[in-house]
Ligand binder design. Structure first.
Ligand code: HEM
Length: 421
């Protein structure tokens, strides 16, 4: 879907014929279900949660799967050891044929099970601890200021997703890994193609192949001459010691870039649009910057950009909310469904920076819960705080195509956001 108008929580048009809020039928409904408003889960998730919390759907690949919308069910499912994330399983519920085939070939560890999954996750965990990420704050702040200086110097209007949101998320991950950041749009294109439901397996393989060629060159360089970056650390600690092969290392680096870039880009862009649409929230943050950490978590909950990232297969029969998900069936834990469950969050559609007990699942839950979540929070805090403080006159550019929403990607977000100041 694209919108050329400015959608808001209250005025956004219903964008999908499937989103009627009608009583559920027994025939599997098509999935994904488009959002009517970019700042909320699709209205149909409410209907499903009430009437059919474990529902059968047909995916774009024509495979069938189950979707789960209740908060308690999503957490139970994602922490159930009888659930598999192995993309090689025949009924794995990938939303695009390209993702399914390429995933089975490149085996990103997000789509594997223990003990394989544990091995790669453990390689990354020490880099993303709260303490290590806290140490990165000055560097992230410097990068964000530099990017914003460039945007302001060029003058508006500007396409914000590319000029700021993508520039921040990609620069930070490149700096952490030790990748020269001259080609920010290259990384955006790789994720755009590999994360699109419409991409063929060949297109996904080609996009990831380009990324792996770049990474392979850097791995070879760091093997000769290690530096102070993540690639060097992984090469020294895990490649040279024989813990992983070059292919396994490239796959781990590739998924870290892909998982960390697109999600953070989407969150920066959508959060900015939401703050422009609800200026009282922008004012609240400008008046009290100490609210920023709580605000970031509330925005993560409300926007739930990684809604349908947790794809699984039931390895055994699993009972959930009165239904049995049979062994070998695919199942998707809908994070936006859980994060908008009124049983868990009072008035879930309201953005409330003072919400207490905000135990959202925007980063997933269980053994695959986001490895980079502390870094993501840091990036969002710095990117939004700097923008709110330094550009008080920020506004939409005023053209008919200011906001273009992206619906065909694994991560929900904006394709374009035109702003001026
Ligand atoms: C706002 C930004 C982000 C959101 C909303 C997000 C969301 C998620 C979610 C929902 C999962 C779990 C997927 C599942 O259960 O199948 C996940 C996993 C993962 N994320 Fe993030 N993420 C974000 C940022 C990042 C960043 C900045 C990095 C790294 C630099 C990162 C790296 C990863 C990795 C490597 C995994 C796989 C973990 C595993 O399978 O054990 N993410 N993320």
């Amino acid at each position: 879907m694209t919108t050329s108008e400015t959608p808001t929580a209250s005025t956004a048009p219903e964008l999908s014929g499937t989103e009627t809020g009608a009583a559920p039928s027994s025939a599997p409904r098509d999935f994904p279900i488009q959002r009517g408003c970019p700042f909320a889960a699709p209205a149909e998730y409410d209907t499903l949660r009430t009437h059919e919390p474990v529902a059968r759907v047909t995916l774009p690949t024509k495979r069938e799967a189950w979707v789960v919308t209740r908060y308690d069910d999503v957490r139970e499912l994602l922490s159930d050891p009888r659930v598999s994330a192995d993309i090689r399983r025949p009924n794995f519920p990938a939303l695009g044929e390209g993702e399914q085939e390429a995933g089975a070939k490149f085996r990103p560890f997000i789509r594997t099970d223990a003990p394989e999954h544990t091995k790669y996750r453990r390689m990354l965990l020490p880099v993303f601890t709260v303490r290590r990420v806290r140490e990165m704050r000055p560097a992230v702040q410097a990068r964000v200021d530099e990017i914003l200086d460039g945007v302001l110097a060029d003058g508006g209007p500007v396409e914000f997703v590319s000029a700021y949101a993508n520039a921040v998320s990609t620069s930070v991950i490149c700096e952490l890994l030790g990748i020269p950041r001259e080609n920010l749009e290259f990384f955006r294109d790789v994720t755009r193609i590999s994360g699109s439901r419409h991409s063929t397996a060949d297109q996904v393989s080609e996009a990831l192949g380009g990324l792996f060629r770049l990474l392979a060159g850097l791995v070879a360089e760091r093997r000769e001459e290690p530096r102070e970056d993540l690639i060097s650390k992984l090469v020294t600690d895990h490649l040279v010691t024989g813990n992983v092969t070059v292919e396994q290392l490239l796959s781990t680096l590739g998924i870290t870039i892909n998982a960390g870039r697109e999600t953070t880009t989407s969150m920066i862009a959508l959060s900015t649009l939401l703050l422009l649409e609800q200026p009282e929230l922008m004012e609240e943050l400008r008046g009290d910057p100490s609210l920023m950490p709580a605000a970031v978590d509330e925005l993560l909950r409300v926007l739930s950009v990684a809604d349908s990232i947790p794809l699984r297969v039931a390895a055994e029969d699993i009972d959930l909310s009165g239904r049995t998900i049979p062994a070998d069936d695919g199942v998707i834990a809908l994070l936006a469904g859980a994060n908008h469950d009124p049983e868990q969050f009072a008035d879930p559609g309201r953005v409330d920076f003072h919400r207490t007990d905000n135990h959202h699942v925007a980063f997933g839950y269980g053994v695959h819960q986001c490895v980079g979540q502390h870094l993501a929070r840091l990036e969002l805090e710095v990117a939004l705080e700097t923008l709110v403080r330094r550009v008080p006159t920020l506004r939409l550019a005023g053209g008919p195509d200011d906001v273009v929403v992206k619906h065909d990607s694994a991560t929900f977000g904006l394709e374009a956001l035109r702003v001026t100041w």
